[in-house]
Design a protein around this ligand. Structure first.
Ligand SMILES: [Zn+2]
Length: 285
C-alpha cells in the first residue's frame, strides 16, 4: 500500500468525526435557537455499507434505582488516557462525563430505555465505560475534527483533537458528541456507519438543511445522515431529547440547549420510518 492509498484508507475508515468551526464565544444566555449559527458539526467521512433502519437496539440493563437530585451518588467514567492527552483536554472530558454522571430523572422514553436504560448518570456512565476504555489524541483526518473513533485501530478507543477544548458549544452539546462517538465503537453493528444526506434536503420550513456545528450545507453530503433511530445521530439525539424533557436536576439552560441540539439533529434522520419512530417516542406526546 503506497502512502496515498493508506491516507485514503485512513480517511475512509474513520467511523465518526466531529468537526467544529471556531466562532465568537457563545453568549452565556444562549438557548436562543438562532444563537447556534457559529458552530461545529459532525460530518462523518466513512464509506461502506450502511445500517438498515430498524436494527435491533442494544439491550442494556436498566438501572435499578434513581437517585434524588443533589442527594444520590455521583457516577464518573474513568477511561485510561494516553500520556499524549494534554491535561486540559483530559480535564474537560472528565468534567463533561462527570456532568453526565450527575443526571437524574424519573421518566424515560421507550427508545432511550432500549438504548441507554434510564435517564440517569449511572446509565450514561455505564454506557460510556462499556464502550470506551481509553482516550488518545489524533488529528482524526481533518483540521476541523473534534473527536473520532478509528475502527481499524481500535473499537474501544475514542480519539480527541485539540479542538475539543476550543469548541464553542454548550457542555450538553459536547456530551452529545462524546456519546455519538461512543456509539461508533460498536463493531457488531458495523460501527453504525452513517448514510448519505439526500439532495434535495430541506427542513420543515422548506429551507436547505445546514450543520448546526459548522453552518455548512448538508444537501447531498456523504456520510452525514442516518437512516435508523439507533445510530450515532439517533441515539445521541434521543439522549438529549430525554434530558430536555425529563431531567430532574438540570438547569433550564441545560434542558433548553439539550432540546435545541436534539431537534436539530433530528433533521439528520432521513429515513421516514426511522424519523417517525423517534417522533412517536419523543415528539408527539
Ligand atoms: Zn458519526
Amino acid at each position: 500500500m503506497n502512502k496515498k492509498t493508506s491516507i485514503l484508507s485512513f480517511a475512509a475508515l474513520i467511523a465518526g468525526i466531529l468537526f467544529y468551526q471556531a466562532g465568537p464565544p457563545r453568549p452565556s444566555v444562549s438557548g436562543l435557537r438562532d444563537a447556534v449559527a457559529d458552530s461545529a458539526l459532525d460530518g462523518l467521512r466513512s464509506a461502506g455499507p450502511q445500517n438498515k433502519a430498524g436494527h435491533a437496539p442494544i439491550p442494556l440493563p436498566v438501572a435499578q434505582s434513581v437517585s434524588q437530585p443533589g442527594s444520590g451518588p455521583v457516577y464518573k467514567a474513568d477511561p485510561a488516557f494516553d500520556a499524549a492527552v494534554p491535561a486540559d483536554i483530559k480535564q474537560q472530558l472528565l468534567q463533561d462525563l462527570g456532568f453526565a454522571g450527575t443526571i437524574t430523572s424519573k421518566k424515560v422514553s421507550a427508545l432511550h430505555n432500549s438504548i441507554f436504560g434510564l435517564v440517569s448518570g449511572q446509565a450514561y456512565t455505564k454506557y460510556f465505560e462499556d464502550r470506551v476504555k481509553s482516550v488518545g489524541m489524533s488529528g482524526c483526518g481533518s483540521a476541523l475534527a473534534v473527536a473520532c473513533v478509528i475502527p481499524f485501530k481500535s473499537n474501544t478507543k475514542m480519539w480527541l483533537t485539540q479542538n475539543y477544548i476550543k469548541f464553542s458549544h454548550p457542555q450538553i452539546a459536547r456530551i452529545m458528541l462524546v456519546f455519538h462517538e461512543s456509539r461508533h465503537t460498536e463493531a457488531k453493528n458495523g460501527n453504525w456507519r452513517h448514510a448519505n444526506c439526500p439532495d434535495p434536503f430541506t427542513d420543515a420550513n422548506g429551507q436547505d438543511v445546514h450543520s448546526i456545528w459548522t453552518g455548512a450545507s448538508l444537501v447531498g453530503e456523504s456520510g452525514a445522515c442516518d437512516i435508523t433511530p439507533y445510530g450515532s445521530y439517533g441515539s445521541s439525539l434521543i439522549m438529549l431529547k430525554n434530558i430536555q424533557k425529563f431531567c430532574a436536576n438540570c438547569t433550564e439552560k441545560v434542558q433548553m440547549d439539550a432540546g435545541m441540539y436534539a431537534d436539530d439533529q433530528l433533521n439528520r434522520i432521513v429515513d421516514a420510518k426511522a424519523k417517525k419512530a423517534i417522533q412517536a417516542d419523543l415528539y408527539n406526546k
